[in-house]
Design a binder for this molecule. Structure first.
Ligand code: GLY
Ligand code: MN
Ligand code: MN
Length: 439
């Protein structure tokens, strides 16, 4: 396989090609995320901006990628912090421009302190300037200042870029189809998160608090080399399983309840996103198993349709049909299947769509339809498949179903011949889950 820096370089070259297509060339300027204060002199853990990371793999704050399409040639530049013995003694290692050029595969590198002055040279006489617009407010202002500074030089015979383009449109379309390096990282992320779910199944006990299970998940993520959670873990027991974005994770769990866990790690910038639902005491009750088997049947049916050439929306329709028929069979809704689907009455128990793109961001970049036409799946896309059923107490619902919330979520790569479930090793059938819940 190519080395990591070649993958990043190839992505920058693909950006150059897209800039040529759109505007006959230009300059792209892509900053990483700003550092954010948590309180006083403590910062939130730094995470690179996803677009910047995609183009560079460079992990430090205060860094900017510049890519220039110049005639038939292209230039790849990185601005990053200079080496600084004192700062490195306090805060840790910095690559510095010289090492960064070699290790990350750039043509030219410069100290971050020279960014504004250098951009005033690099941005002149370009047909277009591509940058993320509206992502970081201070960056927007910096770009406007840059354009004004370039315009102020017109009497020297230079001109400012004619077009200002939000580069995210191009990068979103590129990010939608993962390359081999990204797929490898997503496989690793999925494997680590699957192990964390197995650990949660094995250790959860009646009398534990939800946060104790959250700790088991984080333990496994970090132990296995993941850097962070990809999103705050949802550890939702009993009635909390019916709160879709439950966050408190502070309830004591009892025997007889279900525990819904939606948790995934981020591995080298890539997210995983897994949901499993299992009994706190290790054995499903009859009504819990009925709903579980229905959601599992919906998930299986969704997986069956995922292959190249189908519309993104197709598997959502499959989930709706299987769930709606199941609610009819269980007496949770009344009417015919067509009526229930037409009037959306089944949505009362199934409030969300059956999945989303997955990549560096948990709800990843990329359009779901383009100018009204649904995206067709192509090899390299990664999406989640996550049907669910959530039954809140209500007078018109038999009490046996109350507070049952089940979601089953896997991460799926579209391949040339169909799909690969990246998280298939996470227990999912009733038998496998009960076996994993060693009490
Ligand atoms: N964990 C967020 C989601 O499943 O979409
Ligand atoms: Mn999801
Ligand atoms: Mn999820």
């Amino acid at each position: 396989m190519k080395n990591t820096k070649q993958f990043h370089r190839d992505r920058r070259s693909a950006l150059v090609a897209a800039m040529r297509d759109h505007t006959g060339g230009g300059v792209a300027i892509v900053p990483t995320a700003p550092e954010v204060t948590r309180n006083r002199d403590t910062l939130f853990p730094f995470r690179s901006d996803s677009y910047f990371h995609y183009l560079s793999g460079f992990p430090e704050p205060e860094a900017v990628v510049v890519v220039i399409a110049e005639g038939d040639a292209e230039r790849h530049l990185l601005f990053c912090r200079a080496r600084d013995e004192e700062r490195e003694t306090w805060d840790g290692f910095r690559y510095g421009p010289d090492a960064a050029r070699e290790i990350f595969g750039f043509d030219e590198t410069y100290p971050y302190a020279e960014l504004d002055a250098k951009l005033r040279e690099l941005a002149v006489d370009r047909p277009a300037l591509y940058t993320p617009l509206g992502l970081f407010e201070p960056w927007d202002r910096r770009i406007v200042q840059l354009l004004n500074d370039v315009r102020a030089q017109v009497r020297t015979g230079v001109s400012a870029p004619d077009d200002l383009v939000d580069v995210r449109g191009i990068l979103d379309a590129m990010r939608l189809v993962k390359d081999a390096h990204e797929i490898e990282l997503m496989r690793r992320a999925g494997a680590i998160s699957g192990a964390a779910h197995r650990r949660a199944m094995a250790r959860t006990r009646p009398g534990w608090y939800e946060y104790q299970v959250e700790a088991e998940l984080v333990h496994e993520f970090l132990r296995a080399g993941a850097q962070a959670v990809a999103y705050p873990s949802i550890v939702a027991s009993g009635p909390n399983a019916c709160v879709l974005h439950y966050r408190d994770n502070d309830r004591e769990m009892s025997a007889g309840e279900l525990l819904l866990i939606d948790a995934g790690c981020e591995f080298q910038g890539y997210a995983s996103d897994i949901t499993r639902t299992f009994p706190v005491s290790g054995k499903f009750t009859g009504p819990q198993q009925d709903i579980y088997e229905l959601v599992l049947a919906a998930q299986d049916a969704c997986l069956d349709v995922i292959k190249p050439g189908v519309d993104f929306h197709d598997y959502h329709k499959v989930a709706d049909r299987v769930l709606a028929q199941g609610y009819l069979d269980l007496g949770l809704v009344k009417g015919t299947l067509d009526e229930v689907l037409e009037k959306d009455t089944f949505r009362r128990f199934s409030l969300h769509r059956a999945g989303h793109w997955l990549g560096m961001d948990v709800h990843d970049a990329g359009l779901y339809q383009v100018k009204g036409v649904p995206q067709k799946l192509v090899p390299g896309m990664v999406l989640t498949v996550e049907p669910g059923t959530y039954i809140r107490p209500a007078d018109d619902v038999p009490e046996a179903w109350w507070n049952i919330g089940v979601r089953i979520e896997d991460d799926v790569l579209v391949t040339a011949t169909g799909h690969e479930n990246l998280t298939a090793a996470t227990p999912k059938t009733v038998a496998d889950i009960e076996a994993a819940c060693t009490r």
